[in-house]
Design a protein around this ligand. Structure first.
Ligand code: NDP
Length: 485
């Protein structure tokens, strides 16, 4: 079958597709069938240089424009993303394997939200005025210049938009490296920015594996780095940024707790656990993969969960009825199956799933383990697949202590009908985001990011502006200069 997704060039540099067949091959695989659907090349040093030089040449003019003009371009691009949502969703499904039912609402649509929202606030990016007697001072919120964005493979166009929209709103240029596994949709975003009127050079896409990302970060022209990826990669990228004393945002992994109190609406909690573990086949950084359920409702919770999970419909991701797609790659499939086997060997109780499904594709059945203890690898390691661990607890205090006993701190959730308890627990959970009676909703209006090993900095919301601009202080003397001699 032909899918017709081969891009005109592997990269997008200075307003047009760019090719350099000298770069190592990057095959693009459709995870549902394991077929190769496109072949790209990694960026050679010449492509990297062209991208950085073009970005460096472009950002000052862009930064000098009124914010309202920059915002208009972003909002126009948001409209185009929405007009082309169907085509972009199909592309994202082919690249990631996620069901079209998901990509239609969560990928290009979320990217459009980010462009629209940051387009809306671009005109309001400003410093402050401080009166100092007769003298006064003010701050200017200035762009960094050239920013580098590096993406993971689970939400390719969303990640590209969450990084580029605030960067461009603040007057920066961005050179973006998608994950080697999912390189296609960022090229479309670049094309759409140009169609919307973004001057060339401001959003460059270069493909490649980790070494291409590393080369970008090392370059002296780059002032800011934003990564979405795993904790080990985050440590490497943060170290490289620190060597150059560059600003950095790190959106990393997690092992987030979801706590179900005995007074919770159990059906809502089961829904939250399903969304927070099986949506996108579990390949979501903020997933609540440690589901703590209060002892008295544990068996009831597990029974309802098993019933609902049995309704998951694995199959052709392009079929609108499919609710469970494959994992993104063979490597991810092997990693997830390894975690499942380790869970069985450690003695956790397998409630459902635990096996591969389907033929050539990388499908894994939604898997629930109960009787998981804090020491098991299931409860400690980020699996990034459809594998839920259910743990039981007796008291609120115990749940909080165990929920926080992890090096990660990306997200957390609590299900309870007790309003005071909900806020008390949200305050005490070590996490960048806490959900109460829901899970995994990440609208662009709210800041998103981790604490502890889950990251540094915030994306989305007004907070993102602080991470894509820097302050300059200007002191204005209104009288003479009082020198000692
Ligand atoms: P990786 O950490 O493997 O890769 C992330 C990106 O970094 C890829 O583009 C990768 O290139 C690149 N990279 C790898 N090494 C380097 C290096 N030394 N210098 C610069 N760039 C490098 O993550 P995955 O793609 O496997 O994504 C899954 C991870 O992302 C999970 O841990 C997940 O939790 C996290 N994540 C976090 C989110 C958040 O917002 N907090 C959201 C989504 C995912 P390549 O892989 O192409 O070689």
């Amino acid at each position: 079958m032909t899918y017709d997704v081969q891009p005109e060039g592997s990269h997008f540099v200075n307003g047009k597709p760019a090719r350099d067949a000298e770069g190592a091959e990057l095959p693009v695989i459709y995870p549902a069938t394991a077929e190769r659907i496109a072949l790209l090349n990694e960026a050679t040093p010449a492509v990297i240089e062209a991208a950085l030089a073009g970005a460096e040449a472009a950002w000052r003019d862009w930064a000098a424009r009124p914010g309202v003009e920059r915002g208009r371009v972003l909002r126009r691009a948001a409209d185009i993303l929405r007009e082309r949502n169907e085509e972009l969703s199909r592309l994202e499904t082919l690249d990631t394997g996620k069901p079209i039912q998901e990509t239609l609402v969560a990928d290009a649509a979320s990217a459009a939200d980010a462009l629209e929202w940051f387009g809306g606030i671009a005109a309001g990016v400003a410093g402050e005025h401080v009166q100092l007697g007769e003298d006064f001072g003010y701050t200017r919120r200035e762009p960094f210049g050239v920013c580098v964005g590096i993406g993971a493979w689970n939400y390719p166009i969303q990640i590209a938009a969450w990084k580029s929209a605030p960067a461009l709103a603040c007057g920066n240029a961005m050179v973006f490296k998608p994950s080697e596994t999912t390189p296609l949709s960022a090229l479309k975003l670049a094309e759409i920015y140009i169609e919307a009127g973004l001057p060339e050079g401001l959003f460059q896409v270069v493909q490649g594996r980790g070494a291409v990302g590393a080369a970008l970060i090392e370059d002296d022209r780059v002032a800011k780095v934003s990564l979405t990826g795993s904790v080990p990669t985050g440590r490497r990228v943060y170290e490289a940024a620190a060597r150059g004393l560059k600003a950095a945002t790190m959106e990393l992994g997690g092992k987030s707790p979801m706590i179900v109190m005995e007074d919770a609406d159990l059906d809502a909690a089961v829904g939250g656990a399903i969304l927070g573990n099986f949506y996108s086949s579990g390949q979501i950084c903020s997933n609540g993969t440690r589901v703590f359920v209060q002892e008295d409702v544990l068996e009831d919770f597990l029974a309802r969960l098993a019933d609902r999970t049995a309704e998951a419909r694995a199959g052709d991701p392009l079929d609108p009825e499919t609710t469970l797609g494959p994992l993104v790659s063979e490597a991810q499939l092997e990693k997830v199956m390894g975690h499942i086997e380790a869970g069985k060997a450690e003695g956790a109780r397998l409630v459902c799933g635990g096996t591969r499904i389907g033929g050539e594709g990388y499908f894994v059945a939604p898997t629930v383990f109960a009787d998981v203890s804090d020491e098991m690898s299931l409860a400690r390691e980020e699996i990034f697949g459809p594998v839920m661990s259910v743990l039981s607890f007796k008291t609120e205090e115990e749940a909080l202590a165990r929920a926080n006993a992890t090096p990660y701190g990306l997200a957390a959730g609590v299900f309870t009908r007790d309003i005071s308890r909900a806020h008390r627990m949200a305050a005490r959970l070590d996490a960048g985001t806490c959900w109460i009676n829901t899970y995994n909703l990440t609208p662009v209006e709210l800041p998103f990011g981790g604490v502890k090993a889950s990251g540094v900095g915030r994306e989305n919301g007004h907070a993102a502006i602080e991470f894509y601009s820097r302050l300059k202080t200007v002191y204005v003397g209104m009288g003479g200069v009082d020198a000692p001699y």
